[in-house]
Design a binder for this molecule. Sequence first.
Ligand SMILES: *[C@@H]1O[C@H](CO)[C@@H](O)[C@H](O)[C@H]1NC(C)=O
Ligand SMILES: CC(=O)N[C@H]1CO[C@H](CO)[C@@H](O)[C@@H]1O
Length: 556
Amino acid sequence: MTPSLSLHIIPLLIFHILLVAPPSPAEAGKGQWHLLQENIGIVGMHMQLLHNDRVIMLDRTDFGLSNLTFPNGRCRNNPQEMVVKTDCTAHSVEYDVAANTVRALFVQTNVWCSSGSVSPDGTLVQTGGFNDGDRTVRTLTPCRMCDWREVNNELAARRWYATNQILPDGRQIIIGGRRQFNYEFYPKTQTTVKNTYSLPFLVQTNDALAENNLYPFVFLNVDGNLFIFANNRAILFDYNKNRVVKTYPQIPGGDPRCYPSTGSAVLLPLKKLRESNVEAEVLICGGAPRGAFLDSLSGRFTGALKTCARMKITDPSPRWVMETMPGARVMSDMILLPNGDILIINGASVGTAGWELGRDPVLNPFLYKPNNRVGSRFELQNPSNIPRMYHASAVLLRDGRVLVAGSNPHTYYNFTNVMFPTELRLEAFSPSYLEPGFSNVRPTIVSPASQTKVKYGETLKVGFEVTGSLVKDSVSVTMLAPPFATHSFSMNQRLLVLEPQGLRQVGKSTSYEVEVKAPGSSVLAPPGFYLLFMVHQEIPSQGIWILRWAFINCKI
Ligand SMILES: *[C@@H]1O[C@H](CO)[C@@H](O)[C@H](O)[C@H]1NC(C)=O
Ligand SMILES: CC(=O)N[C@H]1CO[C@H](CO)[C@@H](O)[C@@H]1O
């Protein structure tokens, strides 16, 4: 929340020494945690995996020095900065997954609580933030030593806590943000440079004092409209005509799920893509009860929500179906795994998002199996021993691990004397599908080569190996758009399940080939880089990068 508000809260806090139980021996089948780095220097408040297997992380630039000093005596001079006008520390890094190393990036304007998307050519476009950065667009093109390029006043409105979604034509839409009840597009044309378009839904879902509609959950529906969820309900929205196409029912119970009552949401894997009526389902989990944010501000910490709500958004008469998690969660991230399962990770069981407002970290991820029967979908995973509170994030890597970074619930980089010290450790969670016991089952993709271009509707041959015996009707191919993760929401996260055909053995007894037809529509899969995985008996291969080639055979 605003710095002025939070400064009033700090004196109210009672500082505890956090007692974290020693890690119990990890149980087989429930995932493993690995500490990758003791100190990456910054807080991974925002993360995005790029197609060169580097993860870009952004923190914030105000309120103090990070723990990563720029090489070569480089410094940032910024008279508009609130605390340190000359700052020789980095607030953005590039993490090289294979080398497990971090490189400092230089960001001039404040990226705090910003948003982003990867454009079809693989460039990370990162928008807004706070103070001098609230109308800035920053771009980073993946290459060996690239750095941020920033253009100020490029956005038509200030965007702080907004959500971005990549569109079928490759543009992105930027929706909402604090006190912004509108949206805009990027890139701009001469005629649209100053245009914002109003979205009254964001006024209607804005709670007095608490808001509860920031970082709205936005998904591109299979009919080309946008599903926009804020607070406790959603609309289907035609962004071209600025028209609400459908109003969905409120989630039963009516409690809010968006910032600061931060739950999370995913578009469940899209399947049966060749049928004329592709179905789309949304799953929203956790959050905090109405009133919890204001209660937390006055020192009364309420239990988080234990429920998930799932809805077929393409249904003619859609309704939410409620499910109960193994525990309550707020500020968790929801990650689509390559085999179509969902990992719910990070966060707390008490309080809300915002400075110093979370309590009781939840150290165990939950696995959600969307195709199981209701009542047998959740599995409790092995715990980490690092609390990941406000300003933590998580992203899937090409090798199937989930990278976890961040946690800084303070207005400064406080490493001591606070309940949850600023967290610079980088971890990975390895879901149980990575266990060595599955090596006979696990496919290895041998062709095509990584970075292959795939046209819309093209038939792609995928060669793979499985050393154990192949269960032919248990083979699938998935395609994942790597998201921009921040504040518990992964923007643009999308998994498509492709049905393989013509499975046959080729050459030696462990080699196979299948054909998959790439989605023919940029509504189902907007242009850009995707990870392609082979999945056999729910065990995914490592991914390869493919480029959905927008500009050829592009049918919208
Ligand atoms: C947090 O850090 C700031 C800036 O260094 C300092 O003024 C403040 O007293 C610290 N808070 C605590 C609780 O140590
Ligand atoms: C809080 C923290 O992680 N501080 C570290 C910053 O970096 C120096 C140099 O590497 C360490 O000595 C500090 O412990």
